[in-house]
Design a protein. Structure first.
Length: 317
């Protein structure tokens, strides 16, 4: 299995290692990835062997190419292309060297059909519901994502969320912004966010430890997510959004931007920040009516057992 998803420990990276963990159970797996990705073994308890990207076995029984960034010809007796989203510019003659294409949402599958006239098999990302709890809820909104702003990237628009929070007109709610700060450019963006929020009830959690993050999610009422806002390229939106599942497993009500694959399972979406504020205040004025438990149940359906069945079925196609 070739993996090009490296860097931040985000949803795309996590899905890749979930896929690898299933393959490792059923095959003699060789995972070709950057050596630094060994940190996933510690972070997510995936005991997977890593090999350098150029150390390919010749003509393996099954070759899996996992990437949303680069494409190469299939190298095995059977070849499987797994991608979060297709790149329109990938040559069709190279895509044709793959027997099966797998993706993670109907949103992405529709673009695979449009770009390549191929039917993709769906294998949804997973979470382990046992790792998340619902605590006594506080007057807290949380947003979780890496702090960055770059052309052609998937910025989660924390600056815009801070501005939306400024105009929320709720004296009780606080906003918690948690996420990775990995580069000097990330630090610059993080500093801009802190400057913009200095007179507001906003708390920052850069490079937060996972146990602390789970505690915050368990206490938060709402989860705001603005990936895709201001974007016109479908490549740059949320193609699924594992972080939504983590919020829902914690009984945290997700309100996300209306485009992308997450629309397939989250209950509340917004088209602009006025609507984000309106939905939040309307939910604040209502009784919860068991909504946190209902959200947790929806998240529980995205289990590793379900994912394993979907992947094995797709490979058997």
């Amino acid at each position: 299995m070739f993996n090009s998803h490296t860097g931040a420990i985000g949803g795309g990276e996590l899905w890749g290692y979930q896929l690898a963990s299933v393959l490792n159970k059923h095959y003699d797996l060789r995972l070709y990835s950057l050596p630094g990705d060994i940190r996933f073994n510690k972070y997510y308890d995936f005991q997977i062997p890593f090999f350098g990207r150029t150390a390919f076995i010749s003509n393996p029984d099954l070759y899996v190419h996992y990437s949303t960034h680069v494409i190469d010809k299939g190298k095995g007796k059977k070849n499987v292309l797994i991608t979060c989203f297709p790149k329109k510019e990938w040559p069709k003659e190279i895509v044709e060297t793959y027997d099966t294409i797998i993706t993670l949402s109907r949103y992405s599958a529709n673009y695979i059909k449009a770009y390549w006239d191929k039917k993709a098999r769906l294998v949804h990302p997973a979470i382990d519901i046992r790792n998340y709890q619902i605590a006594s809820k506080e007057d807290l909104i949380i947003s979780v994502s890496r702090f960055f702003k770059e052309p052609g990237g998937q910025s989660k628009n924390q600056l815009e969320l801070i501005e939306a929070f400024r105009h929320l007109n709720s004296g009780e709610l606080k906003l918690a912004l948690a996420g990775a700060v990995l580069t000097p450019q990330d630090q610059n963006y993080f500093d801009l966010c802190k400057e913009k929020a200095k007179d507001l009830r906003v708390e920052f959690y850069p490079n937060i430890e996972r146990t602390e993050l789970k505690t915050l999610l368990s206490k938060a009422k709402y989860f705001w997510h603005a990936n895709g806002y201001g974007r016109t390229d479908p490549y740059e939106v949320e193609h699924f959004g594992i972080v939504y599942l983590e919020a829902m497993a914690s009984g945290c009500i997700p309100i996300g931007f209306e485009t992308g694959g997450s629309k397939e399972f989250i209950p509340f979406t917004f088209k602009d920040f006025d609507q984000l504020q309106k939905i939040t205040l309307e939910l604040e004025a209502q009784a919860s009516n068991g909504l946190p438990s209902k959200l947790r149940y929806i998240a529980s359906e995205y289990s590793m057992e379900r994912m394993e069945k979907e992947l094995l079925r797709a490979l058997d196609n």
